[in-house]
Design a protein around this ligand. Structure first.
Ligand code: HEC
Ligand code: HEC
Ligand code: HEC
Ligand code: HEC
Length: 197
């Protein structure tokens, strides 16, 4: 039984490889059957929820799904700046054009994002969202001239690893380089203190 299966398989493989005497000899090279290695995109972990600061019994951080609050809270289409957030999400820096939050977040399902035509996009697929408004950079990214890569150009020789847009750009404040905020210079601090007098 196995012998028969093997014989059939071997015949199929041989004829595929062109080794049955009639086909051309395989081209010599590092990988003659030209199987392509994969391209991996190193995406940041998708934003599935908000850290609660609690841990479960196995020590894992407990997160609250976005929808756990937002399914009972009416969407606010007017929110567009960090300063608009006085109840929650304090400290979120927003410097990305004059977009409302809900031009990217999905008011019908806060566990996802949305395109301009209303199509829902999973957090894990967020590059589709960036591509919608930044076609030229996305094209450059696909051609490899934006966003960097490691590994092989020739995928028949080895795998390639790519960054995600958000490896380099914060979706809320995407200007590059992403600098950590520094304390203001002493003058500015003094000025602020004065203005509160
Ligand atoms: C603990 C409850 C809670 C969780 C969890 C939560 N949010 Fe919110 N969210 C709020 C509240 C309250 C506001 C309103 C804040 C304000 O306007 O001051 C808000 C506002 C927003 C807004 C602005 C638009 C609007 O409808 O007010 C967006 C966008 C948003 N949240 C996205 C998210 C996403 C994405 C997640 C998950 C990663 C999340 N939220 C998780 C409570 C929550
Ligand atoms: C240009 C599109 C865009 C806009 C506009 C935008 N977001 Fe987001 N936001 C994203 C993307 C993309 C993610 C997912 C990040 C990830 O997967 O790590 C995200 C993640 C979040 C999260 C969860 C992670 C975190 O950073 O805390 C919250 C909360 C959130 N957004 C709230 C808001 C609020 C509030 C506004 C408006 C003040 C807003 N967003 C505006 C694209 C946007
Ligand atoms: C709905 C349209 C829209 C979406 C979606 C969007 N952007 Fe933008 N983006 C803009 C606009 C408009 C500007 C110009 C903002 C300005 O001039 O202040 C911009 C500016 C930028 C800049 C330049 C910032 C600077 O100050 O130089 C970067 C980088 C960027 N976006 C990256 C992203 C990434 C990454 C994503 C996906 C997470 C994304 N954008 C999603 C509309 C969008
Ligand atoms: C390896 C880091 C990296 C990745 C990944 C990356 N970018 Fe950029 N991006 C940059 C740098 C650096 C700049 C600013 C330098 C410049 O002007 O080219 C920039 C600039 C931009 C700008 C501002 C316009 C411009 O050309 O100056 C936009 C928009 C943008 N990127 C979008 C994207 C999108 C969309 C993706 C994902 C498809 C992405 N980037 C992936 C590093 C990156």
């Amino acid at each position: 039984m196995f012998g028969l299966v093997n014989a059939v398989l071997c015949a199929a493989l041989l004829s595929l490889a062109g080794c049955n005497g009639t086909g051309p000899a395989p081209v010599p090279g590092p990988n003659p059957d030209a199987a392509e290695y994969s391209v991996t995109i190193q995406a940041p972990p998708p934003a599935a929820g908000i850290a609660t600061g609690l841990q479960d019994h196995s020590g894992q951080a407990v997160t609250a799904a976005c929808a756990s609050c937002h399914s009972t809270k009416l969407p606010d289409t007017s929110t567009r700046r960090g300063e608009d957030l006085d109840q929650f999400h304090h400290g979120l820096q927003m410097a990305h054009g004059d977009r409302s939050c809900l031009s990217c977040h999905n008011a019908d399902d806060y566990n996802s994002l949305r395109l301009a035509d209303g199509t829902s996009v999973a957090f894990a697929e967020s590059m589709q969202l960036c591509a919608q408004c930044h076609g030229p950079q996305f094209r450059d990214y696909k051609h490899g001239s934006h966003g960097g890569m490691t590994g092989y150009w020739d995928l028949t020789r080895g795998a390639r690893t790519r960054n995600h847009c958000m490896s380099c750009h914060d979706p809320h404040a995407p200007a590059f380089p992403t600098l950590r905020p520094l304390p203001p210079p002493p003058d500015a601090v003094r000025h602020e203190e004065n203005s509160h007098e």
